[in-house]
Design a binder for this molecule. Structure first.
Ligand code: FNR
Length: 190
C-alpha cells in the first residue's frame, strides 16, 4: 500500500481531552501505510487580515505543517453546536493570505467524540461546510460520531469496546483508500 503522511488537528485544547484520546486511538489502529504528525495550533494568535502581508513565524510553521501532510484529519469536540473557536481560528489562518489556502485539494476527514449521544454530529456538519469552502476534498463516508462513555478509550489510546475498536480501525482503512483516490487525480503540488 502507498504510504501517506497524515497531519491531524485536535479541536480541543483541554489537557484531559477525550478527542485527544480518540486521536491517539486512531493513530494506533490505522494501517501502517499511514504516518501521523499532530498539527498544533494552540499558539496561533487570533487571526486578522492585518497579518497577511507578513505572517508571524508561528503561522508560517503551521501552514508549512499542513503543506507537508498528504492529508489532514480533524478530531474535534462540539462546542455550542459548532467547532471550538481555536480550531476555527486555525483554519482561518491556514486559508490565508488569499491565494495560498493550505487546504486546496488537500484530502481531509472529520471525526469527533462527545459525552452526548449525538457525538459531535452538529459540529461536524459545521466543519464540513467550512472545509467545503476551503476546497478540501472530504471523505463522505463512513461518518463517525463517537459517543464517549467513561473509559471507552484509555489515556494510552486503547479502545476498550471491541465493536468501537473495529469501527475505528475500518474508518482509518477507508481514510487511506480515500487519500489514495484523491491523490491519484489531484497529486500534491511540488
Ligand atoms: C461543550 N460540550 C458540548 N457537547 C455537545 O455534545 N454539544 C455541544 O454543543 C457542547 N457544547 C459545549 C461547549 C463548551 C464551551 C464546552 C466546554 C463543552 C461538552 C463537550 O462535549 C465535552 O466537554 C467534551 O469533553 C469536549 O471534548 P474534549 O475537549 O474533552 O475533547
Amino acid at each position: 500500500m502507498t504510504k501517506y503522511k497524515v497531519g491531524y488537528l485536535i479541536g480541543s485544547l483541554a489537557t484531559g481531552s477525550i478527542n485527544r484520546k480518540l486521536a491517539r486511538a486512531l493513530t494506533l489502529l490505522a494501517p501502517e501505510s499511514l504516518s501521523f504528525t499532530e498539527i498544533v495550533f494552540k499558539d496561533l494568535p487570533l487571526y486578522s487580515y492585518d497579518y497577511d502581508p507578513d505572517f508571524p513565524p508561528v503561522a508560517r510553521k503551521f501552514k508549512d505543517a499542513i503543506k507537508a501532510a498528504d492529508a489532514v484529519l480533524f478530531v474535534t469536540p462540539e462546542y455550542n453546536r459548532s467547532i471550538p473557536g481555536g480550531l476555527k481560528n486555525a483554519i482561518d489562518w491556514a486559508s490565508r493570505p488569499y491565494g495560498t489556502n493550505s487546504f486546496t485539494h488537500k484530502p481531509s476527514a472529520v471525526i469527533g467524540a462527545s459525552p452526548g449521544a449525538i457525538g459531535t454530529a452538529v459540529a461536524q456538519q459545521s466543519l464540513r461546510s467550512v472545509l467545503s469552502f476551503c476546497n478540501s476534498p472530504q471523505m463522505n463516508a463512513p461518518e463517525a460520531y463517537i459517543h464517549f462513555t467513561p473509559g471507552l478509550i484509555t489515556d494510552a489510546g486503547e479502545v476498550t469496546v471491541e465493536s468501537t475498536e473495529q469501527f475505528l480501525r475500518q474508518y482509518m482503512v477507508e481514510f487511506h483508500a480515500f487519500i489514495a483516490r484523491v491523490l491519484s487525480v489531484l497529486p500534491p503540488e511540488a
